[in-house]
Design a protein around this ligand. Structure first.
Ligand code: SF4
Ligand code: SF4
Length: 128
């Protein structure tokens, strides 16, 4: 079963998940010409449902607890399955996400959110 990135990722984009994905199947929306074209694409990352090999490496790397195996997805996030699938259905709107690197090519260290930040983000997205 493929993994799914939920809307708990919105506006994070630290790409910790991207660094560990062995098959580069995590995508980011590309800038569109028309603003309206991006309206249905939240600012988050998306897992390609066919390319994902379900290795599970990304899930523990996500500091916001935004990644689930699809069969364990809370009902609140069921719509995010279709959202992730957009990167397969509309490939021109996405690019493979790349880890952030500094000028020397080193991975940029991540700033981990606090437990309070993670909890507040969940409340914002309707998770109790
Ligand atoms: S489960 Fe594995 S293959 Fe699928 S997105 Fe996560 S790291 Fe990549
Ligand atoms: S690690 Fe989690 S919150 Fe960060 S970009 Fe990946 S899915 Fe989004």
């Amino acid at each position: 079963m493929p993994y799914v990135i939920t809307q708990l990722c919105v506006d994070c984009l630290d790409k910790g998940c991207v660094e560990v994905c062995p098959v580069d199947c995590i995508y980011v929306p590309v800038a569109q010409q028309a603003p309206a074209a991006t309206s249905a694409l939240p600012n988050m990352l998306y897992i390609h449902p066919t390319e994902c090999i379900s290795c599970g490496a990304c899930e523990p790397e996500c500091p916001w607890n935004a990644i689930y195996e699809d069969r364990e997805l809370p009902a609140l996030f069921h719509a995010d399955v279709a959202l992730n699938a957009l990167c397969e259905e509309q490939p021109s709107r996405f690019a493979v996400a790349k880890p952030e690197r500094d000028a020397q090519g080193r991975l940029v260290p991540k700033v981990k959110p606090s437990h309070a930040d993670v909890a507040a983000n969940k409340v914002k997205r309707g998770v109790r």
